[in-house]
Design a protein around this ligand. Structure first.
Ligand SMILES: [Zn+2]
Ligand SMILES: [Zn+2]
Length: 364
């Protein structure tokens, strides 16, 4: 079948839309008509770095199951699905439902091929890398690993649900599962993008007493306040956000969650911690960062990496949808829509901070 897909090429700044061929589903796969796909910073980062090419990225797909391959028993044509992270299902992490720490997380999500070395996409008979996060959702259709698909209710538009697959789930999961923030806790959230603002909403949901959002953009801080932040810090005119956080909380916060990649954010996310505090982060720093080991040691503080918010997507995504229905998790406020044809503009707006969560609407 011929489809339109956005293809990332070596040296090109943005993906370009081309006609590709897509295979029929093999065992364990589903063909999904993509209705919408979020754009995540991981797409932009991978698109700008050397790697498998040509490659169809996209890992926040939402759509309708069209056909299923052999052995797929939990999904049927017509089901609405959100696509999330891919995993092997058999390694020690997967057996403990810690899918984002699957021992095969890199090849299964970033390798561009099925485990048997084939790809479901081609152009004029030449292989095009696919299966990004098991899905490659920057396309009209995705031949996804059925493990990535989370069945969702059909009465909520898929274009709203798309970002649940990665960014929103990561931010909310980091608070609920990774850091286990609870009533009476205080949390500082660095970066008020889609991951950080999802964390703000989740921190309010779990009853955190103090939710401090730190960002450089006043409009994002204003939104953080509307979504549940008790305090905001504009780091563009506050050189020592960590000190301000300590001043606000007397001893510092019990938890910090760093969604930014500037080295200063890592330093400050540790410096603002009270004794026994934990700082989580979701991306590597884009420069040198040396943790203050004495500060970590002297207060029993810790720094931990977080992927996917430590969630089990098949449980967590339906839960977030319930909270959304109740008006307690309004993640749709982060979304800005673009037609698929404007994917380059959406990449640009996301990089420049003009769009918090760009979502592409696919042509049907
Ligand atoms: Zn695994
Ligand atoms: Zn992502």
């Amino acid at each position: 079948m011929k489809i339109q897909a956005a293809v990332s090429h070596e040296g090109a700044r943005y993906p370009q839309i081309e006609a590709l061929d897509i295979e029929e589903p093999r065992a364990g796969e589903i063909l999904v008509r993509i209705v919408a796909s979020g754009i995540c910073h991981t797409d932009i980062g991978v698109s700008g770095r050397p790697g498998p090419r040509p490659f169809v990225l996209g890992h926040e797909g939402a759509g309708v199951v069209e056909r299923i391959g052999a052995g797929v028993t939990e999904l049927a044509p017509g089901d609405h699905v959100v696509l999330s992270v891919n995993f092997c299902g058999e390694c020690p992490s997967c057996k403990r439902n810690a899918h984002s720490y699957c021992y095969e997380v890199l090849p299964r999500n970033f390798g561009g091929l099925r485990p048997d070395g084939t790809s479901p996409l081609s152009k004029d008979g030449q292989r095009v890398f696919a299966r990004f996060f098991g899905q490659s959702s920057f396309a009209q259709y995705s031949l996804a690993d059925a493990r990535c698909a989370i069945k969702v209710p059909s009465d909520i538009p898929l274009e709203i649900l798309a970002p649940l697959g990665c960014g929103v789930q990561t931010g909310a999961g980091a608070i609920v599962h990774s850091l286990q923030v609870g009533p009476g806790d205080s949390v500082a959230i660095f970066g008020a993008g889609s991951v950080g603002l999802s964390a703000v909403m989740a921190a309010r949901l779990v009853g955190a007493e103090r939710i401090i959002a730190v960002d450089l953009v006043p409009s994002r801080l204003a939104l953080a306040k509307e979504l549940g932040a008790t305090d905001t810090i504009d780091a563009s005119n506050d050189a020592d956000a960590a000190k301000t956080i300590r001043d606000l909380t007397r001893y510092g916060v019990s938890h910090a969650f760093n969604t930014a990649n500037a080295p200063i954010s890592y330093t400050q996310s540790l410096q603002c911690l009270a004794p026994r505090g934990v700082a989580g982060f979701v991306a590597p720093p884009n420069g040198q960062f040396v943790p203050d080991m004495f500060h970590l040691l002297s207060g029993g503080r810790s720094l931990r990496g977080i992927l996917g918010g430590d969630t089990t997507p098949s449980l967590f995504i339906p839960m977030l949808i319930d909270y959304y229905r109740q008006g307690r998790f309004p993640f749709d406020r982060l979304i800005k829509y673009y037609p698929f044809s404007e994917i380059a503009q959406a990449f640009e707006d996301s990089s420049a901070g003009r769009a918090i969560k760009p979502v592409l609407r696919m042509p049907s």
